[in-house]
Ligand binder design. Structure first.
Ligand SMILES: Cc1cc2nc3c(=O)[nH]c(=O)nc-3n(C[C@H](O)[C@H](O)[C@H](O)COP(=O)(O)O)c2cc1C
Length: 351
């Protein structure tokens, strides 16, 4: 069992008002959504690759560090969440080293790593005190990330928005818990405070929420995209690799608007070859072919981030009370645990 430093989880816990990372979402997660999330005590995040040049990426880091300082100054006593940057560690990402160097320079608090970060890369982030949460859609991917020194694992369950896997979240989280005692952050189809508690009860510590936050006032998405999420059902989510070359979940209505043969995409699923845009036309992936997870069935409105966060906090508190009643639990004792107390294997110390 691997044991990353205890203060990793405690550090994130102390810095957030709710155990939620607002997902890094290509094109959707701009500075406005990140800062609106941090303001509510959540972790705001964005993908480095969405900034087209290193200069633009560096400017975003400067702006965010400045923005967080201003939020703290303007809201004394409030919990302002940290921000996180998603980096793709694929060998095809030519900017990976430059992006890491900029994260080191500007001391980005949390790195959300995709596609096999190496120990050397993770060490660079640890050297300035940064935290690395590595995503994994399979137990094997999580195993590799833990071996490379990741502080936490983002377990991406079936049905998640973006490039998702196919694993049942319970099997995924419990499989990772067999060899990893550190923070597990569950992603995929989570919309409510009850969902956050459900994720924790199956062994996760925190959650990532993506699709739910696309349908917010601050998200950088067209109004029609937000409304499509509100109108869609889970059965409208098509799992296909034809759009970006890697399997991902997309809204049927947007695929039809782009002219894709949806029945054919459904049949081929993750084995479909990438369909390039017609000659002379730009790629439709993400910009016109809109991604969302199967959680769309539970998204019914387009609130502000503040309204949504307030709702999540109320629901989360109610969920804890409901569950305690359901399980006939007495309130936990106020006294500190005995010195012999061991962190349970399932669920970790909790947030
Ligand atoms: C439109 C969209 C774009 C995304 N882009 C990225 C990305 O650039 N990097 C990444 O690591 N994950 C990306 N994701 C996946 C999210 O980080 C997250 O895992 C997912 O949204 C969680 O599932 P949910 O949408 O069902 O809540 C994206 C998801 C969506 C919906």
């Amino acid at each position: 069992m691997s044991n990353p430093p205890k203060d990793t989880l405690c550090g994130i816990k102390a810095g957030t008002a709710l155990p939620v990372i607002v997902a890094p979402m290509f094109l959707v997660s701009d500075k406005k959504l990140v800062l609106a999330s941090c303001k509510e005590g959540l972790v705001g995040s964005f993908p480095a690759g969405a900034l087209w040049t290193s200069a633009a990426f560096e400017q975003q880091l400067i702006d965010l560090n400045d923005g967080i300082d201003k939020l703290k100054a303007a809201n004394p006593g409030a919990t302002i969440g940290p921000y996180a940057v998603n980096i793709t560690f694929k060998s095809t990402n030519k900017r990976v080293d430059a992006d890491i160097d900029l994260c080191v320079k500007h001391k980005v608090p949390i790195i959300l790593a995709s596609h096999e970060a190496t120990q050397e890369q993770i060490d660079k982030i640890h050297a300035y005190g940064g935290i690395v949460l590595h995503d994994a859609a399979t137990i094997e991917q999580a195993d590799k990330a833990v071996a490379a020194g990741a502080d936490g694992i983002i377990a991406i369950g079936a049905g998640a928005g973006g490039q998702a896997g196919t694993m049942n979240p319970i099997a995924l989280v419990s499989g990772i818990r067999e060899f990893f005692d550190g923070p597990i952050i569950l992603a995929g189809c989570l919309n409510t405070g009850h969902d956050i508690l459900a994720a924790q009860s199956i062994g996760a510590d925190m959650v990532v929420m993506g699709t739910r936050f696309i349908a917010t006032a601050e998200a950088n998405a067209e109004d029609a995209y937000k409304q499509m999420i509100v109108d869609a059902r889970s059965s409208d989510i098509i799992y296909t690799s034809a759009i970006s070359g890697a399997p991902g979940n997309f809204l049927r209505q947007s695929l039809e608007n782009c002219g894709y043969d949806v029945e054919d995409l459904k049949k081929k699923g993750a084995s479909a070859a990438k369909i390039p845009p017609p000659p002379g036309q730009e790629s439709r992936a993400w910009k016109y072919a809109w991604s969302a997870g199967q959680g769309v069935s539970g998204v019914h409105d387009i609130p502000t981030v503040q309204e949504l966060s307030d709702r999540l906090k109320t629901e989360y508190a109610a969920a804890k009370t409901d569950l305690a009643e359901k399980l006939n639990l007495t309130p936990p004792p106020k006294a500190p645990p005995p010195a012999t107390y061991k962190i349970p294997k399932i669920g970790g110390p909790g947030i």
